[in-house]
Ligand binder design. Structure first.
Ligand code: MG
Length: 203
């Protein structure tokens, strides 16, 4: 199973990062060792002093495909979930400065907590999904898929030109604005609409 993460897919987040708005999807991978399931805690790693939360909707791939036509992309997923693309921002900034790959900052163990998934049949409009993240019960990030630069179907079509998608692969679809640091002791909870699908602590 692989995790494919889309970067800068919300314009307001690209702005807060002082990054250009992309003209085609930007993506990177995380290994399966990044996944945290079942609301298990995230252990703050000792190699970073600046771990940031990025709450993101996740597409779960339900059948294998390559070179998928955007028109048929919706047949390749049945479930949507929510997770965190944890980022060691201090390390990422150093990598960016030197033009080095981001993996150390993005793909480390535990960098991808994922919550429960919901059947997309229960979502009336995939291009109007509200989601948000709270830390210690305060809302810190809020997004809606109407603000996606690249839709779920566009992402699937684009990524599948390069990588064969397999059943169970997860695509993190990008974070809205409001990213920021987490600290030991914080409780993070992520919601699609008013449904809490992820809840865990930083230890
Ligand atoms: Mg992200």
């Amino acid at each position: 199973m692989k995790l494919i993460c889309i970067g800068r897919n919300y314009a307001e987040h690209a702005k807060e990062m002082d990054s250009a708005i992309p003209t085609e999807p930007i993506f990177f991978l995380k290994p399966d060792t990044a996944v945290i399931k079942d609301n298990q805690p995230f252990y703050y790693p000792d190699f970073s002093k600046e771990i940031h939360h990025e709450v993101e909707l996740i597409i779960k791939i339900s059948k294998a495909g390559k070179n998928i036509d955007p028109e048929f992309a919706n047949k390749y997923y049945d479930e949507i979930g929510i997770g965190i693309d944890f980022t060691a921002r201090d390390i990422q900034n150093k990598c960016k400065e030197k033009g080095l790959p981001w993996e150390k900052a993005k793909a480390f163990d535990g960098s991808a907590p994922i919550g429960q998934f919901i059947d997309k049949k229960n979502i009336s409009d995939l291009s109007d999904i509200n989601f948000h993240l709270t830390i210690n019960e305060n809302t810190v990030q809020k997004g809606n898929t109407k603000d996606l630069l690249f839709s779920f179907d566009t992402i699937i079509a684009y990524v599948s030109k390069f990588f064969t998608l397999k059943t169970g692969d997860l695509i993190f679809t990008g974070t809205p604005e409001g990213v920021g640091p987490v600290a030991i002791g914080d409780k993070l909870e992520a919601y699609i609409e008013n449904k809490k699908l992820l809840s865990f602590e930083i230890k």
